[in-house]
Design a protein around this ligand. Structure first.
Ligand SMILES: Cc1cc2nc3c(=O)[nH]c(=O)nc-3n(C[C@H](O)[C@H](O)[C@H](O)COP(=O)(O)OP(=O)(O)OC[C@H]3O[C@@H](n4cnc5c(N)ncnc54)[C@H](O)[C@@H]3O)c2cc1C
Length: 145
């Protein structure tokens, strides 16, 4: 539920879990050491800045007990399910069967379509800039003649 002037803990939580599980489902099956480090850094920073201070504090505790495993995509998805279950336990919600996680969470299909439209848009911008450069060169040549 959206409350006046913002969201509540539940709405923020649902939206964030959607993001986090989708992030995990999209993580490479064979990430480079740099990609693993980036996820570790992101999750550490996330646990510092999550905009529900008591939630962030308890999540930092969970992350100490269950350190991030982003060594492969499937392992990261399992880790995310596990820490989400730790939160579920703390707030008395039912536990989720992590064997089923890939049935509930996957990549964002429409984001790929969005990427195509962005590429098209970037191509259009590039052509407009090139056309602009040609126009200004032609103008300079005209004014120097
Ligand atoms: C990092 C973090 C910490 C939080 N800490 C707190 C807190 O301390 N106190 C508090 O009151 N709220 C906290 N929340 C919010 C809380 O976790 C829920 O998001 C909120 O209560 C809404 O719950 P929900 O029943 O709609 O389902 P959510 O828990 O938001 O889950 C969304 C959907 O994910 C699926 N799901 C559930 N469990 C799992 C799992 N283990 N793995 C994969 N999918 C799953 C289900 O289909 C569910 O409908 C936290 C949220 C986050 C992101």
């Amino acid at each position: 539920m959206v409350v006046e002037g913002g969201v509540d803990v539940e709405e923020l939580g649902r939206a964030t879990w959607t993001f986090l599980h989708t992030l995990a489902a999209t993580h490479s099956a064979a990430p480079s050491p740099a990609e693993v480090k980036r996820i570790e850094r992101f999750m550490r920073d996330f646990s510092e800045i999550y905009p529900c201070a008591p939630c962030a504090e308890s999540f930092r505790g969970i992350m100490k007990r269950v350190p991030v495993d982003a060594s492969t995509g499937p392992k990261f998805a399992q880790w995310m399910c596990k820490v989400h279950n730790e939160v579920n336990k703390e707030i008395g919600k039912p536990l989720f069967n992590c064997e089923e996680v890939s049935k509930s969470w996957g990549v964002c299909e429409s984001c790929a379509r969005h990427e195509d439209s962005l590429i098209g848009f970037k191509g259009l911008l590039k052509r407009m800039r090139q056309a602009g450069r040609k126009d200004s060169t032609a103008n300079k040549e005209r004014s120097s003649n």
